[in-house]
Structures are given as structure tokens and as C-alpha cells.
Design a binder for this molecule. Structure first.
Ligand code: AHM
Ligand code: MG
Length: 336
């Protein structure tokens, strides 16, 4: 490795040195998460060669059909993170209940939530997917953790991150001191710091939403998108560009790279469920990253990270990205 390159391992050890009284538990946990993501990256990359594409023929707790890689990635995350003694329990989008650390291993002071393979509808068509995770402290008695222990607002997150399995594999992280991005150098098997202190531009002319749901949207979102579509000839006096990858990790990564706004808003079709995206596995970790990069994240009515969760698999509307644009959409909700 060239001398001026900083590996993710070096980066997190140096971060640890800045924290008085740090035991190394957190650093070691993060290293295990990174190892799990490298394994998933390897499988995503090999795809059909190792027979991991396609449906598993089962459904998760959300009633969604699981892909083989959803289940394999979930297993990898559990196995890689259960043994080291840093966690009390894990919770995953793909599991009905929490996963307390098995009694044969010591239990630690942290909780881990994750979406092992986000955007997995894209896996068979060879489009970017990713892994999203969030680390919380275990409150109270960590010996016998319950689902309630996980129900902490996003502001309590110790760390959030995602791995994106795209043309390159990248890991993007925050511990509450800005956002940094690392690219996997396959030749040495290490993530290397390539995107230091990522900042989202406050303004943008790019938005992302699944427009096939347009007739189900609430008025403020319809108003915003109509104005974007009107471009130079309308209220906004500028033309907009649109993207929809149907992979939240890819959309957030694009926004961190060049700005933009991403919306999976509340719509009449899914009102009973509360939204499409899950608070604990998707909305909170991504909101932490977006806010740390200078962006904003809201349901349209509430800052996402202020929500007091009521259920492990709770869903919420999500509007996030370039600050001025998100604030405009919030103001449209207030007007309505
Ligand atoms: P998943 O976790 O089951 O993959 O679902 C979440 C994904 C997000 O990545 C993406 O933004 C959204 O679902 C796409 O939904 P749709 O297919 O309705 O456009
Ligand atoms: Mg997901």
C-alpha cells in the first residue's frame, strides 16, 4: 500500500485514540461489521457463478419475498458479529424477532441493527445493492436484552453506515463527527479512505421518487414534484433531473456525491403501514449519515431521528437530501 493511503482499520483505530477511556470494543465491533460486508461484497460480485441469485421462495416479517442473498447476507452478519463479546443483541429487517447473542458467547454493551441487503429487488438485474447498519448502546440490563432495548430515537445512534456493492464496493460511515467514504481495494482486501469529510450541497436540481405511486401521494409531495417537472416554465424557474434506482443505498450514495433529494413519502396505499421504509434499519442510519454530511432528513412533518420508535419493524415516510430542498418540502407540508 502507498504510504499516503489511510486504510479503514487505521482510520478507526486513530478515531478510537481520540476518545478518552475507549476500550477498543467499538473499534473491534466495527472491524467485524466491515468483515461481514466484505464477504457479502464477494458473493454479490460473483453472483450467478456461485448460484446466489434468485428468490429463496420465502417471505420475511414484512411480507416481502426474500431473495437467496437476503438470507445468506443475514446469516453472514449474524455469524460474523455474534462471537466477539461486543454485542448484547442484533435486529435485522429479515428476522421477526431480535437475535440475543447466544449463551455460549459473552454479551457486550452494544446493539446492532441492519438491513443485510437493501434494494435486493435489483440483485438479479445486476444493479447496485447495499448493506445498512446502525449501532446503539444497550440500555439497562444487557444480560437479557429485549426488543424494547432497541426502541431508541435515531439521535442515540453511536454509529451508522452502509456498504454499497456497485462498480466499486464502498463503505460510508459516521460516528457523529462527519461522514467518510472508503473504497475496497480488492488487491489488498482493505477499504481505503477515498472520500474524506463528505458534504452534501445545500441546493440541487435532482430528485428521486417512484413516480408510479403519484396518484397515491399526499398534496405537499405532489406539489413539490409538479413544480420540479414544470422546470424553467414554472414556480422554480429551473429544470430538474430525475433518478430512481429503487435501491436506497444507491440513491443516498448519489446524494452524498452530488446532492439531490430522495423521497419515499407516505401514500394512501400504505397509510396503515406508516410508510415503506423501515425506521430502525433504513431511515435512522441513513438520516444520521445525511445530517452529518450537512443534509436534512424528515418525514415531511417530523425530523426522522427525533421519532421515538414504537416497534422494531416500524415504517416511516422518508424525505432526505440537500438541506434547502428538504426544508422546502417540509414547508409545503406545513402549508397544507
Ligand atoms: P428492501 O429493503 O426490501 O430492498 O426495500 C427497500 C427498498 C429501498 O432500497 C428502495 O428505495 C425502495 O425499496 C424501492 O421501492 P419500490 O420498489 O417501491 O420503488
Ligand atoms: Mg431495505
Amino acid at each position: 500500500m502507498q504510504n499516503n493511503r489511510v486504510s479503514l482499520t487505521q482510520f478507526i483505530i486513530e478515531e478510537q485514540r481520540r476518545v478518552k477511556g475507549a476500550t477498543g470494543d467499538f473499534t473491534s465491533l466495527l472491524n467485524d461489521i466491515v468483515t461481514a460486508c466484505k464477504q457479502i461484497s464477494g458473493l454479490v460480485n460473483k453472483g450467478a457463478l456461485v448460484g446466489v441469485l434468485g428468490s429463496a421462495g420465502s417471505e420475511n416479517v414484512q411480507g416481502e419475498t426474500q431473495k437467496k442473498l437476503d438470507i445468506i447476507s443475514n446469516e453472514i452478519f449474524l455469524q460474523t458479529n455474534e462471537w466477539a463479546g461486543h454485542l448484547a443483541a442484533m435486529a435485522s429487517e429479515e428476522m421477526d424477532d431480535i437475535y440475543p447473542i447466544p449463551a455460549r458467547y459473552p454479551r457486550g454493551k452494544y446493539l446492532l441493527t441492519f438491513d443485510p441487503l437493501d434494494g435486493s429487488s435489483n440483485i438479479d438485474v445486476n444493479v447496485s445493492v447495499g448493506t445498512i447498519f446502525s449501532i446503539l448502546r444497550c440500555p439497562g440490563n444487557c444480560e437479557n436484552p429485549t426488543a424494547e432495548a432497541f426502541l431508541q430515537p435515531g439521535t442515540q445512534q453511536v454509529c451508522a453506515g452502509y456498504a454499497i456493492y456497485g462498480p466499486s464496493t464502498m463503505m460510508v460511515l459516521t460516528t457523529g463527527h462527519g461522514v467518510n467514504g472508503f473504497t475496497l481495494d480488492q488487491s489488498i482486501g482493505e477499504f481505503v479512505l477515498t472520500h474524506a469529510n463528505i458534504q452534501i450541497p445545500a441546493d440541487t436540481n435532482e430528485f428521486a421518487i417512484n413516480a408510479s405511486n403519484m396518484r397515491f401521494w399526499e398534496k405537499p409531495v405532489k406539489r413539490y414534484v409538479d413544480e420540479c417537472l414544470a422546470g424553467k416554465t414554472g414556480e422554480r424557474d429551473k429544470d430538474f433531473n430525475m433518478r430512481w434506482v429503487a435501491s436506497m443505498v444507491a440513491e443516498v450514495h448519489r446524494i452524498l456525491t452530488r446532492g439531490g433529494v430522495f423521497m419515499y413519502p407516505l401514500d394512501s396505499k400504505m397509510k396503515d403501514k406508516g410508510g415503506k421504509l423501515r425506521l430502525m434499519y433504513e431511515a435512522n442510519p441513513m438520516s444520521f449519515i445525511i445530517e452529518q454530511a450537512g443534509g436534512a432528513s424528515s418525514t415531511g412533518r417530523t425530523r426522522i431521528m427525533d421519532i421515538q420508535p414504537t416497534g422494531l419493524h416500524q415504517r416511516v415516510p422518508v424525505i432526505l437530501g440537500s438541506r434547502n430542498e428538504v426544508e422546502r418540502i417540509i414547508s409545503y407540508h406545513q402549508d397544507a
